[in-house]
Design a protein around this ligand. Structure first.
Ligand code: MTE
Ligand code: MO
Length: 261
């Protein structure tokens, strides 16, 4: 019995030792797992820096993306601001063009008026002449190089073709004997006034004293007809009364109306 009791005691001790060893063995793997975890942690730390790098790069990319998004966001408002600007520009360009179109239309509407030279007042025959009407007056056409002197002392020669104004008034408009003065007014309001005697007289050229020039209504300058796009295609051309006469300011362009009083 003592042997049996001793054996049983030893078995109990062994069982107890095994139970104590077994947890130890179990603890060892746990520590291994912890070590593996730490190893994984180290590898995780290696991965973490990588991840950090990735994260930083990711953050950088994210930062880059965010700034990229932010600029894109700011670019979008810029685009939005640019788009309204371009829209405003197009609106602006459309504005003038749209305003130009009515002007062009009004200009087109005025072209008929641009082409008409009105002569009225003390006349038996008040006239509304077209450019073709003037060109058809072969008997009173005059053509020459006119010398000009302006108020700044600038001089020059310009070739003009037109009709003699006095003969137009005398032969075509049948000017009345009591007429004393003539007012020639342009579309821009520029106006010159002459006595009838100044319309009748012949003018000179200080560089060609022997030449005589009538006052004319010209439609052709340097062998080129005026375009009605530039206004009424009629210009008053006057020579010099005497040497030094500043005659160019008298050259009324775009004549609208001639009034006899
Ligand atoms: N319709 C019109 N004609 C005008 C003027 C003007 O302002 N309007 N200026 C006059 C003046 S002062 C001069 S010097 C000449 C200038 O002619 P140019 O524009 O052919 O140089 O045009 C004259 N005829
Ligand atoms: Mo002038």
């Amino acid at each position: 019995m003592k042997r049996l009791l001793i054996i049983l005691f030893v078995i109990l001790l062994l069982l107890a030792g095994c139970s104590t060893e077994a947890p130890k063995v179990i603890d060892v793997p746990e520590t291994h797992e912890v070590n593996e975890d730490s190893a994984l942690g180290s590898s995780g730390e290696e991965n973490e820096p990588v991840n950090d790098n990735e994260n930083t790069t990711g953050q950088q990319t994210k930062i880059e993306e965010q700034p990229a998004e932010e600029p894109s966001i700011t670019e979008e408002p810029v685009k939005e601001t640019q788009e309204p600007v371009t829209i405003e520009e197009t609106v602006i360009t459309e504005g003038p063009s749209s305003t130009e179109k009515p002007i062009e239309e009004s200009e087109d509407a005025q072209e008929g008026d641009n082409n008409v030279l009105k002569i009225k007042g003390l006349l038996e025959n008040e006239l509304k002449l077209t450019l073709n009407d003037l060109k058809a007056m072969k008997d009173i056409i005059f053509e020459a190089d006119f010398y000009s002197l302006n108020s700044y002392g600038t001089t020059g020669y310009t070739h003009f073709k037109g009709v003699k104004l006095w003969e137009l008034l005398e032969k075509k408009a049948l000017i009345k004997p009591e007429a004393a003065k003539i007012t020639i007014t342009a579309q821009d309001g520029y106006s010159m006034e002459f006595t009838i005697e100044q319309v009748k007289m012949e003018y000179m050229d200080e560089t060609n004293p022997d030449n005589k020039y009538p006052m004319i209504i010209a439609w052709d300058e340097n062998d080129k007809e005026y375009s009605t796009d530039d206004g009424a295609p009629y210009k008053l051309v006057v020579g010099q009364k005497e040497p030094g006469d500043v005659n160019k300011p008298q050259w009324v362009s775009n004549i609208d109306v001639i009034v006899i009083e």
